[in-house]
Design a protein around this ligand. Structure first.
Ligand code: CA
Length: 195
């Protein structure tokens, strides 16, 4: 399982990353919002740990942007903000879980195991079905069409293909990633299409 740790507090970032690796995870780490954006645009992660207050771009903005192109990858927010409205905002923006600082890294690892199990179950269910559903989105692989709120989306073939790949959570093939500009262009377009 490959994770991205986005946290600008170096000691916390190093502590989390070290323990994740000891626990058998592959982990990339960065402390800047813009760097996180770039990594999320070109790399594939199974899970993202995301701080909210960051230099560059803040975590909530990163999360909202990421969710326009990726509905699948779980995002766990790490934040010093403990206000209930902030939690709701994070969950509304598409976070899967929320940890308030200070937290123990052991608690974080326990939450990760739960999220990983949920993810494995979801992937197993999706693999058995010819239809993918997530929120308002439905992809009918057999019919070769996609729907939002049961309204058919008018996607170009490459956008449809990207949506299938994203919904199946498989790495985007080199063909589509040859130029990351092209990849960004299509995923951005697709994001707009999906609203
Ligand atoms: Ca921070």
């Amino acid at each position: 399982m490959r994770l991205l740790v986005v946290e600008d507090e170096k000691s916390l970032r190093d502590d989390i990353t070290k323990k994740l690796r000891l626990d058998g995870y592959e982990a990339d780490a960065c402390g800047d919002g813009n760097e996180a954006r770039e990594l999320l645009a070109v790399e594939r992660y199974d899970l993202v740990l995301l701080d909210i207050n960051l230099p560059g771009a803040d975590g909530m903005t990163i999360l909202r942007e990421f969710r326009t192109v990726n509905y699948e990858t779980p995002v766990l927010i790490l934040s010093a903000r403990s206000e209930i409205t902030d939690k709701v905002e994070g969950l509304d923006a598409g976070a899967n879980d929320y940890l308030t600082k200070p937290f123990s890294v052991e608690e974080l690892l326990a939450r990760l195991r739960v999220t990983a199990r949920r993810l494995a179950m979801m992937q197993a269910n999706n693999a058995n079905e010819s239809v993918f559903r997530n929120g308002k989105l439905r992809v009918d692989y057999a019919a070769g069409s996609a729907y939002m709120d049961e309204e058919e989306l008018h996607l170009t073939p490459i956008e449809y293909k990207l949506l299938c790949l994203l919904s199946q959570n498989v790495p985007i093939s080199q063909k589509y990633r040859k130029s990351s500009d092209t990849y960004l262009y299509y995923t951005k377009n697709l994001g707009q299409e999906l609203g």
